[in-house]
Design a protein around this ligand. Sequence first.
Ligand SMILES: Nc1nc2c(c(=O)[nH]1)N[C@H]1C(S)=C(S)[C@@H](COP(=O)(O)O)O[C@H]1N2
Ligand SMILES: [Mo]
Length: 209
Amino acid sequence: MTTATPPVIHPDTRRTSDRVPPGQKLVSGWPVLTAGDTPFITKKQWRFTVGGLVETPLEFTWEQFLALPAATLRCDLHCVTTWSRLDMTFRGVLHTEILARCRPKPAAKFVMVLGEPGYSTNVPLADFARPDTMFAYEYEGGPMPVPHGGPVRDLIPHLYLWKSAKWATGVEFMAEDRAGFWEERGYHMRGDPWKEERYRDDPVYRNRF
Ligand SMILES: Nc1nc2c(c(=O)[nH]1)N[C@H]1C(S)=C(S)[C@@H](COP(=O)(O)O)O[C@H]1N2
Ligand SMILES: [Mo]
């Protein structure tokens, strides 16, 4: 039997206009943005690994992952390509559940979230550890659609959406920040939509966009 945790729902009662970060436009659909091909991963093949600077490295099969306490998250998504979508409902495993089981070492300050095929994105541990972040396997009551990262995708909704790895396969805890897939190509190391942290402002990247 699995222990039920209270759903984490964050109904946002602010006016719609106060929920749209600067430079963003509301959309009603959910655009798909993928660099490269969409991987099709069966639940049998699927594995999720947690490693790097942790006391207890973890590996989950699909059944083991589903047996973890689940929560519901209602959130807004903000993509650096300027679309935002409000009030989306997901279900999955909160990052806090993973953190409680792997126990990051004190030296861990950043994570690299990994996704197929060869995707990665770096996030400060403080952002990854927020209670409103999760590895999600359901969207609006159904399985996570494959183009959106099913079977399991990451969700860090308070940062731009490229920080949310689709087809998530694991997370690595690190002492130092290291650039992931898009960050190597000039996207911001943190990516806060409210500060419009879209691109790195180091001189080598400044003129690329
Ligand atoms: N594995 C993987 N994850 C990924 C991407 C990708 O190409 N591969 N694209 C990122 C980018 S740039 C964005 S904007 C969002 C898009 O998510 P969506 O297609 O569900 O809207 O996924 C992010 N996660
Ligand atoms: Mo993106």
